[in-house]
Design a protein around this ligand. Structure first.
Ligand SMILES: [Zn+2]
Ligand SMILES: [Zn+2]
Length: 338
């Protein structure tokens, strides 16, 4: 296959500055890596946290983006499973060491030597990228396009958060109704849960969207739900939602914080945590999460709602996400050059 020597990429040179469209050398796959021509890359809130400098250790300069759907166009010498022409999904978890105590105890999401796509290694706001074969997921046929991108982080992190809510949950509250929530609600309803969706104050569009997807109730995050919740998942990066969610929870319930960054959590009286309520976070993903979720998604089937942008409009896509203007998920779609 003829490959170009260079590619277009939107590059983060410094946090706090807009991404810059650049022509950069085509990356070369190492022994255990594949070179992937990117079809689409989702725009995640984590990308905003990186651009804003809220996550402190980005590689610089950096190509962000960790919801990549693409086609393998070249493979390293030691690649064993993927073949040229395979459609593959590249998630946030880009590499783990396999040797640390977390890797050895099935917690590779906490690996001490992990690399993260679009953060500590280059990601998907580009025409091509390289990825370690073992961290690529097979993508079911119907998702081999922009609609598959949001599954790779919004979907996966939502799924991992969902696996943390415990048994016997009927009433599930979701705080922040963006990309992750619009995917997770489909799985949760499929499994018989009642969903209570909390949005920004007065965000009637998001509330209508949540009801359309089957939410039992949708309202402002300051409102009390009509019934007590068995569990709550917070996707919005607002720490003040933690005590609010505790107030909405029934005894023994858990608040799961699904984001990588959150504003400070205000202090709250012990009485709202009492009675065995819990607060926990979710960090990254394991490959097992990805395999499980990507198996379930086509069975439901989960349908993502995407708003697409060309690569060179990545800054506009990030701004739209920041301003709450995206219904569902924003996705960059690459146009192949001839
Ligand atoms: Zn490790
Ligand atoms: Zn993400």
């Amino acid at each position: 296959m003829h490959l170009p020597d260079t590619m277009q990429a939107m590059v983060l040179e410094q946090p706090g500055k807009p991404l810059v469209l650049k022509t950069v050398p085509l990356p070369l796959p190492k022994d255990r890596q594949v070179l992937v021509r990117i079809i689409a890359c989702g725009v995640c809130r984590t990308d905003l946290h990186i651009v804003d400098g809220e996550l402190s250790k980005p590689k610089l300069p950096l190509i962000i983006g960790h919801e990549i759907v693409g086609v393998v166009v070249k493979k390293g010498a030691a690649v064993s499973n993927l073949r040229e022409g395979d459609v593959t999904g590249i998630p946030w978890l880009g590499y783990t060491c396999g040797k640390c105590r977390y890797c050895k105890s099935e917690k590779e999401n906490l690996c001490e030597n992990a690399l993260f796509t679009g953060y500590t290694i280059d990601g998907g706001y580009a025409e091509y990228t390289v990825a370690y074969e073992k961290y690529c997921f097979p993508i079911p046929g119907q998702y081999a396009n922009a609609s598959g991108s949001p599954l790779l982080c919004a979907g996966l992190i939502g799924y991992r958060s969902y696996t943390m809510i415990g048994e016997h949950v009927t009433n599930l509250g979701i705080y922040g109704f963006g990309a992750a929530a619009h995917i997770l609600i489909q799985l949760a309803i499929f499994q018989g849960k009642k969903i209570f969706a909390f949005t920004r104050e007065g965000d009637a569009n998001a509330q209508t969207f949540a009801r359309k997807l089957g939410a039992t109730w949708a309202g402002n995050s300051s409102e009390a739900p009509p019934e007590k919740l068995d569990a709550a998942i917070i996707f919005a990066p607002a720490g003040n939602l933690v005590p609010k969610a505790l107030l909405d929870l029934d005894k023994g319930g858990v608040v799961v914080c699904g984001g990588i960054h959150m504003s400070d959590i205000p202090s709250f009286p012990y009485s709202i945590l009492w009675e065995e309520r819990m607060i926990r976070s979710v960090a990254n993903l394991t490959r097992k999460d990805g395999e499980q979720f990507l198996k379930i998604a086509p069975q439901i089937p989960i349908k993502t709602e995407t708003q697409t942008f060309p690569l060179h409009q990545a800054n506009e896509a990030l701004l739209a996400l920041r301003n709450g203007k995206i219904q569902g998920a924003a996705v960059l779609v690459m146009s192949p050059r001839g």
